[in-house]
Design a binder for this molecule. Structure first.
Ligand SMILES: [Zn+2]
Length: 169
């Protein structure tokens, strides 16, 4: 498929109840929002308007998403959920590249900006500021993260899920 025009980035809209999957998709770099409101046609309209794939655990909503790309997420296990969604929509390679890893705020989906240690120092303990090199700030909710043990643990978790199983024995 080389030489083809790049497709629009893969984006998702998840119905309430799939918050954890939304976080994990953001972790892998995918723009993922939760549908606003308690229920409704609004989710489907929003997915259509924003070119998002609708993800829902509900077969009825998946069926109603007429003309909108949708997937019923049946698995409960977070790793199985994430793998199933990325496999279905061709997101595995992008996720494996690692380019989007931690580029989005896990809480609010906004982009994370690299910030200096000096700026980070105003927000974290002196110990954390001294022990780490790279800090990132969410421009919307101001959540701060840094490349540390937690970061490495999440990266390992993600890599394990995304592993190319065709190479396994
Ligand atoms: Zn945020």
């Amino acid at each position: 498929m080389s030489g083809t025009a790049p497709e629009a980035p893969l984006r998702f809209l998840l119905v309430p109840g799939l918050e954890r999957l939304a976080r994990n998709l953001r972790l892998a770099g995918f723009d993922s929002v939760l549908g606003a409101g308690a229920q409704g046609q609004g989710w489907i309209d929003q997915a259509r308007d924003e070119f998002r794939v609708l993800l829902t655990p509900d077969a009825e909503w998946a069926a109603r998403a007429n003309g909108v790309r949708s997937q019923r997420v049946e698995a409960q296990d977070p790793a199985v959920q994430l793998r199933a969604v990325l496999e279905r929509w061709g997101g595995l390679e992008a996720a494996r590249s690692g380019l989007g890893f931690m580029s989005r705020c896990l809480e609010c989906n906004s982009g994370m900006l690299p910030i200096s240690r000096e700026l980070a120092r105003e927000r974290v303990s002196a110990e954390i500021a001294e022990a780490h090199q790279e800090f990132f700030l969410c421009r919307r909710c101001e959540r701060l993260t840094w490349k540390g043990a937690h970061w490495a643990r999440m990266k390992r978790w993600l890599q394990e899920i995304l592993r190319d199983r065709a190479l396994d024995h």
